[in-house]
Design a binder for this molecule. Sequence first.
Ligand SMILES: Nc1nc2c(ncn2[C@@H]2O[C@H](COP(=O)(O)OP(=O)(O)O)[C@@H](O)[C@H]2O)c(=O)[nH]1
Ligand SMILES: [Mg+2]
Length: 362
Amino acid sequence: MELGIVGLPNAGKSTLFNSLTEAGVPADSYPFCTVDPNVGVVEIEDRRLDKLKEHYQPETCRGAPLKFVDIAGLVAGASRGEGLGNEFLSHIREVDAIVHVVRLFAGGEVAHVEGAIDPLRDVEILESELIIKDLETISRRREKTERMLKTGENKYREEVSYLDHLQEELESGRPVRLMDLNEAEEELVAELFLLTAKPTLFVANLSENKLENRENNESILEMRQLAEERGEELVELSATFEEELVELDPEEQELFLEEMGLESRGLERLKRAGYDLLNLITFYTVVGDEVRATPVPAGSTAPEAAGKIHSDMLENFIRAEVINFSTWAEVENMEAARSEGLVRTEGQDYVIQDGDICYFKF
Ligand SMILES: Nc1nc2c(ncn2[C@@H]2O[C@H](COP(=O)(O)OP(=O)(O)O)[C@@H](O)[C@H]2O)c(=O)[nH]1
Ligand SMILES: [Mg+2]
């Protein structure tokens, strides 16, 4: 599961990406984290995992990984091939969800591609490019469907009406993910891999000095309103501030955050929001000398979760012993939990819950 960081040039995408990955895991923990300079794997901070680690003192402890891709090159006109145009639009097609970075910092020496700071205009510029691309996809599909119409089959007539609906709303500027669609339309959308159908969250990238007094900032209020109207997440941070934080040790970070009146690091809020955007939940395993947090899509069954640890365990799954972290935390003792019957035996239909500690039998 991947999150693609998109935004206009100079919005702060690379600064954000770099601070995410610099603050990230040691390179050997996830061997795939250096495959590509634009792809980074980071670990989610996790209090439950910290507790388990404290208790078991394992040799290795692995947090839930999350993959970010820095997708550069989207400028106005990208859908016509301007800038690095089409290549980058195809990168967006490959990610599972979008982190849309919007520039709210002024920054005298760094030119804004479109002139003055105007986040709503920037959101619209970027979304229009994605919408144009989706309209192209729809028009190509329509050509095929219309050829098939000659067979007289009803389903093609229906599909044309779905395409009409999608096209009409896209032309009015509405991303697919905000449309009210019927089930058949949803299926068609999934088949077409439309860009504006991808789950999206916004990052308001602020000046360091705006972090403190956010309630009176017009640009921020505009972005909050946009996100609220759409029911989408907004993470407020300053990419350069986060980059500076990464350099400091944890105690200094705490002090710095407190001074700014911030409860937590923007990067952690972003990672958590990204994790939720991908609809992921976390389960834990304690095996030998390793304690590990692993993400799975919400709704996954026990064998599917086991398969995330090792593919063998999906095929040869027998059962799982499960105790949720919240129950474990009351006793902090697996033997006691077992003897009190707090550890349940679950079969292959069991749906994993966030926070489950699992012992897979296979
Ligand atoms: N003042 C300020 N400058 C920033 C911030 N984020 C990025 N910049 C600067 O804006 C410029 C462009 O940033 P970059 O991350 O390369 O943008 P990208 O084109 O979206 O990847 C760089 O000079 C950054 O230092 C921020 O939060 N505050
Ligand atoms: Mg960049």
